[in-house]
Design a protein around this ligand. Structure first.
Ligand code: GDP
Ligand code: MG
Length: 163
């Protein structure tokens, strides 16, 4: 079985952009799983010569503000529980939001290996938020830009090191 890597985080931090960047056309190799494709997308990514099963979670997108915690937990739970590694993404431009803090707290309680990603960190923008992200208690963040393809080599090293 391939190692399972799950991309998690609140809406709009760039999870799907990162998924598409890492999976590319290999997404076509993976069959849809009935009943779960609505909530998550899967593909095979190549990480330093090794294939991994990458899962893009999307459960947070449907959450109402007053039930954020409950909804994100329900929709992302199964993916996170089968993860060999969780890529927890934040938006380095927006900084840490209450939703990031709630989700990070939940993720920490699942006892899965987590790698913290500070996305949208192209140019100089990301540095301050990357430092701020350390306070989430998920270790040292990897700064990257999924959209611009920056920081991906570092990301691959950090993922490979944890699998
Ligand atoms: P998701 O909701 O977490 O899956 O986020 P998406 O992948 O849909 O991206 C949300 C928005 O952020 C889109 O408008 C993306 O183009 C943008 N985005 C994603 N990655 C980056 C990045 O590295 N830098 C910048 N500036 N924008 C990004
Ligand atoms: Mg998405």
């Amino acid at each position: 079985d391939l190692p399972v890597v799950v991309i998690a985080g609140r809406p709009n931090v760039g999870k799907s952009t990162l998924f598409n960047r890492l999976v590319g056309r290999r997404q076509a190799l993976v069959a849809d799983t009935p009943g779960v494709t609505r909530d998550r997308k899967e593909g095979v990514a190549l990480v330093r010569g090794r294939h991994v099963r990458l899962i893009d979670t999307a459960g947070l997108e449907e959450a109402a503000p007053d039930s954020l915690y409950g909804r994100m937990r329900a929709s992302s739970e199964s993916a996170v529980h089968e993860a060999d590694l969780v890529l927890f993404c934040i938006d380095a431009r927006a900084g840490i939001t209450p939703a990031d803090e709630h989700f990070a707290q939940w993720i920490r309680r699942q006892n899965r290996p987590v790698l913290l990603l500070a996305n949208k960190a192209e140019g100089r923008q990301g540095t301050a938020s990357a430092l701020e992200a350390y306070a989430l208690g998920l270790g040292e963040p990897v700064a990257l830009s999924a959209e611009h393809g920056e920081g991906l080599t570092d990301l691959m090293w950090e993922i490979a090191e944890r699998l």
